[in-house]
Write a protein that binds this ligand. Structure first.
Ligand SMILES: [Zn+2]
Length: 364
């Protein structure tokens, strides 16, 4: 049986670590293009200025419009060429990070600097493309993962707490989805296009560690982030949200939780909620779908309530979900290419609709 595991070449996390960015740029050359929204760049400008001086490197700023679109990628690729940048830096949230991966396109080295820990995008070798109006365009897959992922925990601790909590929601699904994929021998992203591969024991172990870390340190990390301070618990959660969840999803596989998240994109009320917030509810629904033990479902719901993740439809501001709308969500979650079909049993749209309604009652 073919198994595969992929990861970034280097992951470095620490307080004030952004001060060492120049050290990593120097591995690849003297000039780098920074792709980041001006507000995110402004937040860390002191560190960017000092690292340039200390390491004798030049950072060029390409800006970032806010969408990882083909137009934006073309514009930034031209700037990288014009300024002769030897490496690309993605600085900010998921969309700036994904744009940097697309501009580098596995042809230039890429350094990822997440300024929030809201998703598991930083470590992966894929990106999500959007149209300039914000609607979904396509997925992009690259030959390699980022060369360096550099996480400054001081910067993450000072970002709004909702991002960290949302990242915990995304990380919450990782173990349960990897477990389902292991049971069904589903193909994982790490396997690439060459006939595919299933996950490794390593990926499943990382996913399990991810879940255990959330239970142990999630609430403590949330409080630390509210106080804008770095504690060991916060460091552990940053690692869970970015590294463990990132490796876990890419090499362990996705299943129903993310498919149900995708289904919820048809619900107007859910639009203002973050990726991880919807994935958290999708996780509860997946556990109902697979009829997980009551203690496990309760553990997940209790965790969500403790850190402030949504556990029922009312938490998304959905007062009533009509039968038509519910089936629209369920049908979207069950389109042929969706990861719901990685579950170790056959899943129909009716099954998903029932799981959503039952999860809503359990989490209310
Ligand atoms: Zn996710």
């Amino acid at each position: 049986m073919r198994k595969a595991f992929i990861s970034p070449s280097k992951y470095v996390q620490g307080e004030g670590e952004l001060n060492n960015l120049g050290n990593y740029v120097k591995l690849f050359g003297s000039t780098a293009l920074v792709i980041g929204h001006k507000d995110d760049v402004a937040r860390v400008n002191d560190k960017l200025e000092s690292t340039q001086k200390n390491y004798g490197v030049k950072l060029c700023y390409g800006g970032f419009s806010g969408e990882c679109s083909r137009e934006e990628i073309a514009k930034l690729t031209a700037i990288a060429k014009e300024k002769d940048c030897q490496c690309i830096i993605g600085l900010g949230g998921g969309k700036a990070i994904d744009t940097a991966k697309c501009v580098a396109n596995s042809q230039k080295p890429v350094i990822i600097v997440p300024t929030i820990a809201a998703t598991d995008a930083p470590t992966s070798s894929s990106a999500v493309l959007y149209h300039t109006d914000g609607s979904f365009d396509d997925y992009a897959y690259f030959k390699s993962n980022p060369n360096v992922v550099l996480v400054d925990t001081e910067v993450i601790a000072k970002a709004p707490v909702r991002f960290l909590v949302s990242g915990m929601g995304d990380a919450l699904s990782t173990y349960f989805e990897a477990r389902a994929c292991a049971q069904s021998y589903a193909k994982v992203n790490a396997g690439g296009q060459c006939g595919g591969a299933v996950g490794t024991k390593a990926a499943l172990a990382l996913a399990e560690l991810c879940y255990g870390t959330l239970l142990e340190d999630g609430y403590k990390a949330k409080l630390a982030c509210e106080g804008k301070v770095v504690t060991k618990a916060l460091e552990n959660i940053v690692e869970a949200n970015i590294l463990l969840s990132g490796l876990g999803f890419e090499s362990g596989g996705l299943a129903a939780a993310h498919a149900i998240h995708d289904g919820f994109t048809v619900v107007e009320e859910a639009h203002k909620f973050y990726h991880g917030e919807k994935v958290a509810f999708g996780t509860i629904a997946q556990l109902v779908l697979e009829n997980a033990p009551s203690e496990e479902i309760e553990e997940v719901i209790d965790f969500c309530k403790l850190v402030g993740l949504p556990t029922c439809l009312r938490d998304f501001g959905i007062k009533e979900l009509s039968r038509e709308k519910l089936m629209e969500v369920a049908n979207k979650a069950c389109i042929p290419e969706e990861s719901v079909h990685n579950m170790p049993f056959k899943v129909s749209a009716e099954d998903v609709a029932a799981a959503i309604l039952a999860a809503d009652k359990l989490g209310a």
